[in-house]
Design a protein around this ligand. Structure first.
Ligand code: SF4
Ligand code: SF4
Length: 473
């Protein structure tokens, strides 16, 4: 069956020609209220991205994702592999939040917050406009033969793109290996750290490839979040939408004629100027309806508003609206689906808070020595031998470590002579004996509760199994 005329746009994507080749997009430089707001948001986000690895809180890097050494800091709090379950909860909260946010507000995240859009539209593309000029000049330049002007502009653009990519790669490396180490490597010189330099150049190459060539295809082809839109959005979701009722009316869109009475003629408010299409970084025509390619960047809203202003028609022909809002003028509703997501989010955040509250700075693992049984000692005392491992997750050394048996009554002796110290972000291990009077034991396997102190401060409470004679009682 042939595709109806008004659905033909679904048979192709704007970035690929009919021959299957790359169709380069030359979006017009956006301008207007939303673009200005987006610029401010991007400055804040870029500042956070670039500064975060260099901020320290209590000696901890503000944000660190050291996958290689399995050390992570979030908002200055160190997380260890032992805290993996907290990470899992955080990830689940992130996913539920994105689902909730997308169901309510579509791809607002893509247009305003996504690093790909921020770097592409607010960094690389702006340098491109500065060097190559706006849409018309860029199209001319691309068709132009390789003369002095084209060579100069291309070399300048590619050099600027490479420098930005290299800078971004350095910042990502600061997240990965830590800013202190990165600054040390820079001070010592790249020759001393050739393997790191090699990794840095690979990162740079990837960023350069994405922003100089692959561009909007990340959002259209590669991004899994983009692919999810089809299932997450419904007709109540607020997205960047063309008001087809107002834009088309009875007679459809039509070019603007001076002094015409558009209302009386039955023509829609869309004057078919194509400004919304020319400005679109993914090359689509929003008048065809919500499409997977749309990253909700608002550029078409600004472009159409300026046209509406020029022809003296109300702004908002393209605006943030749901399908229901356009069809029935319905207002935003907090639907049962959104209420369900909110309830799940509240529960998950409650669980996370609880876990964070219970999480200790020092993690103690006390286990019975494998293969060892109990020992009878003088005075009806039963003794078990244990190994302990203390992990200090903080950047401060924990000294004067000692153990107390909270329950049942008994004593703990460490084998190590002298003071036990757990170094900052380090490990202390050793052996200890727990001695309990046989009368205090209730069976052959008792749970014992052990407290770990640093000086007078209780830093961790842990449990272990204590073996005793079976025949007792
Ligand atoms: S910018 Fe507005 S008026 Fe112009 S084509 Fe797009 S929707 Fe129609
Ligand atoms: S259709 Fe509009 S909001 Fe969507 S990507 Fe294109 S310009 Fe941005």
């Amino acid at each position: 069956m042939d595709t109806p005329e008004n659905e033909k746009f679904r048979d192709s994507i704007a970035t690929v020609t009919e021959e299957g080749k790359r169709a380069w997009i030359f979006p017009k430089q956006p301008s207007g209220k939303f673009y200005t707001y987006r610029k401010y948001v991007s400055y804040v986000l870029l500042a956070i991205l670039f500064i975060s690895p260099f901020i320290k809180i209590n000696g901890n890097q503000f944000m660190l994702f050291n996958v290689l050494e399995r050390r992570f800091n979030l908002l200055g709090y160190p997380f260890w592999p032992q805290d993996f379950y907290i990470f899992v909860i955080m990830m689940i909260i992130g996913v539920v939040f994105i689902i909730f946010f997308t169901a309510a507000f579509g791809r607002i995240f893509c247009g305003w917050i996504c690093p790909q859009t921020i770097f592409m539209e607010m960094v690389f593309r702006r340098f491109e406009y500065w060097i190559d000029g706006d849409r018309g000049a860029q199209i001319r330049l691309s068709k132009q033969a390789w003369n002095a002007e084209k060579i100069r502009k291309r070399v300048l653009k590619w050099t600027v793109f490479f420098i930005i990519s290299f800078l971004v790669a350095n910042v990502f490396l600061a997240y990965l290996i830590g800013s202190d180490r990165l600054l040390r490597y820079i001070a010592e010189g790249p020759v001393e750290h050739l393997s790191t330099l090699f990794s840095l150049l690979i990162f740079t190459g990837v960023f350069y490839f994405i922003f100089a060539w692959f561009r909007e295809q990340v959002c259209i082809i590669a991004c899994p979040y983009g692919r999810l839109q089809g299932v997450l959005l419904d007709n109540k979701s607020i997205v960047v939408a063309y008001d087809h009722k107002r834009g088309e009316k009875e007679k459809g869109r039509a070019k603007f004629r001076k002094n015409e009475d558009r209302e009386a003629s039955g023509k829609g408010d869309c004057i078919d100027c194509f400004q919304c299409v020319h400005v679109c970084p993914t090359g689509i025509d929003i008048r065809n309806g919500t499409q997977l390619e749309c990253i909700n960047c608002t550029a078409c809203m600004d472009a159409c508003d300026s046209i509406m202003e020029a022809v003296n028609l109300p702004k908002g022909l393209i605006r943030y609206a749901s399908e229901e809002n356009i069809e029935k003028k319905a207002k935003f509703q907090f639907t049962p689906r959104l209420k369900g997501y909110t309830a799940v989010l509240v529960i998950l955040i409650g669980v996370l808070m609880g876990l964070l509250f219970l999480r200790s700075d020092v993690e103690a693992n006390i286990l019975r020595l494998p293969g060892a049984l109990y020992e009878h000692k003088e005075g009806n005392i039963i003794s078990n031998v244990f190994t302990y491992k203390l992990l200090n997750k903080t950047t401060k050394e924990k000294d004067d470590i000692h153990f107390k048996l909270k329950s049942p009554k008994g004593t703990i002796h460490t084998v190590k002579q002298g003071e036990i110290i757990v170094p900052a972000q380090g490990l202390a291990e050793g052996t200890l004996f727990i001695e309990i009077n046989r009368a205090a034991l209730s069976g052959d396997k008792d749970k014992v509760v052990i407290e770990v102190y640093s000086g007078d401060q209780l830093i961790e409470t842990t449990r272990a199994t204590f073996l005793g004679p079976r025949s007792y009682k």
